[in-house]
Design a protein around this ligand. Sequence first.
Ligand code: ZN
Length: 353
Amino acid sequence: MKPRSHVIDIPTIFAIDRGTRHEVARLLKREGLHRVAIFFDKAMKVIYGADIEASLRAEGIHFHSYCMDTLDYGSIANYSFSLPSDVEAIMALGGGKTIDGAKYIAFLKKLPFISVPTSSSNDGFSSPVASLIANGHRTTVPAAGPYGIIIDLDIIANAPEMFIYSGIGDLMSKITALWDWKFESRHIEVPYDDFAVMIAQKAVNSFVSLSSFDFKDSHFLSEFLYSLCMNGIAMEICGSSAPASGSEHLISHAMDKISKTPYLHGMQVGISTYLVSLLQKNQTDDIRRVYDTIGFWREVKALKIPRQLIHQAIDIAPSIKPQRHTVLHEKKYRDQAQALLITDKILSEVLVD
Ligand SMILES: [Zn+2]
């Protein structure tokens, strides 16, 4: 392998605070962006669209508004062709679907992407990849890393709490993903990046050591979102999702594949993270402490997730990314994981038969 050097894109606009939705126009103007296309989630447009559009008008920023409610690769590509040619940046205000779709349009159009997430259910708002549907299958494609991340903590705090539980599950998964990446690098030749590991590790460790997990508290929310953002940067550094996605994500992707109505990504990943940490003998106490403190298992129990679904997902997990070598790519660990679904006290209680 040739020696590598890093040149990465980091967000130029970075604002996480209460009321930042009123600052969007000022921040765009600061960076010389005067003509933007905004992709809204339909429901979010009803609630926040007027605030955003009023602030853009007040600053004299010309904009085109669209509603983004598809992850279909073809429809998204069509959107990108129909955009007016004078657009200087793409902005998305919404959840995962809106962000991923608009992020991919920005990538196709080679335009700066401004991410304005309305929920914190996963780290997609800060990552350089998008999860789209091509030929009926969910697939991860490269996309524009955000030029701007603008998060209004008032919006995040008003979103259903389930999104915060889900985001925490996705954040905690860095513990097992980083272990898997190291494990993999000892078994097969893969690009491994110490600096990306450090960033992702710091992101999750600083979250784990927070003294308060009050979902309405600004300090908690900003620390939580900083950590999710740092994951996006870690992915940008190494040019792959490896620091953010290991065998716990494979279980979740497998659940998406098997189940007609998958659960929230971060909830699936959060459960799998706990399970995989037991196999890896890796920071399970930290995971347990955070989950107990926030009441994660109570939320999981309410979802009534079939034990059999996760059992099956473990079976097919390695086939999701056959080129990788995570802990679940070895049969003895898959067997152990399936046994733990019954023998582990927590999992035996929260999953249903
Ligand atoms: Zn994830």
